[in-house]
Design a protein around this ligand. Sequence first.
Ligand code: ASP
Length: 450
Amino acid sequence: MKVSKFGGSSLADASQIKKVVDIILSDKERHFIVVSAPGKRSKDDTKVTDLLIALADMIIAGKDGYHEIKTVLDRFKIIIEELCLSHELLSDIVNVLKSRIELDIVDNNKFKDGIKALGEDITAHIVAAYINTFNTAAIYVNPKDAGLILSDEFGNARVLNKSYKNLSKLKESTAIVVFPGFFGYTESGDIVTFPRGGSDITGSILAKALDVDIYENFTDVDSVFAASPGIIDNPKAIEEFTYREMRELSYGGFNVIHAEALQPVFEANIPVHILNTNNVEAKGTKIVAIRKHDDNPVIGVSGEGGFSCIYVSKYLMNREIGFGRKLLGIIEEEGISYEHTPSGIDNISIIVRSNLLTKENRERIMNNIRKELEVDNVYIEDELALIMVVGEGMQLSQGVAELITSSLTKSSVNIEMINQGASEVSIMFGVKESSMYNAIKGIYNVFFNN
Ligand code: ASP
């Protein structure tokens, strides 16, 4: 059996939903379906989830949200009419939307989650109803009834362990199960959503709970590529890579599948197959636990900007017990999580996401470091990008780092920092944001164009 998840672009309008249902009906093993909310129909369009967020914001601000309500309802009205589904479905949607809007606003995030979740919820009802028109039994399953229990972190929920046992009972369904992605319920019964893009997480949880053979993730690309097509023309397609490689590449900005979504399938060792709804013939990309190695030690290269480095140096730092702990304590006190801490004998850099630093906390961090640690030098450097060069084969090959550094020299890119994790699945380079594209091009050419 398979869990098949369809993303927003696969469900953007009635013609896309028809493709999705064709795909579902073409394979009996596609028995557990997870859906996102309708995404963009064109470049300038707005995702339904964004429309719902705008609506929730209006209501929170005390406005009537008339325009936003109409836009959301129109999106679903067209879909329902074009799929020739019953008008009752539309009146149900109006009623549920109305009841969510009228709820008391005790906590803004909690209220927002109730509205945000509607996109997936309504879409699951529509897809189940449309499958039924083909004389095939399909049922909408509500995450509360199925026991998908999440932590009460609104907009940022995590799955609670007991959900897996609850969800495993869905195996008994003889009808195709259509499950809305992106949200679940807290122990006290409130709707709560995962982070954005979280339908991938729902699919992965379901795959683990049902112990399926494969987790299919349908999107709008033929495969994952060895580098972003926005930077490299016609990059090489990746046919198969490991969970670890995917995790490392997505850290560097690959966003084909939500990184957090890989955890449940990784734990259960269930392969993920990324496929294209608009081109079912394409092979797609598989994410597996172990893969065959080819001659190339590198599987892909990715990069992302928006990092800052807090640089600290002190003569004889290596002799000072507790220096690292105190330094990280100062960062912790500010409620900031750090990404990496490359270090030398007398210096250490703390890499953080720049959006976590404000004018005020920058000052406080620098002052506290000076005061508590009596350092020789401390400063913050912004506009850094992290480049991830990834490949399981790197453990087995020599000279990979040299190939990368010489390609960066050739591309006139200055390396600000190098970090190789103990796992040897990746090497990370810090470069100035302005040289990120050149760096990726240079590294890609060495490993994929020679
Ligand atoms: N609809 C949600 C979002 O746009 C979740 C998802 O599509 O996975 O973030």
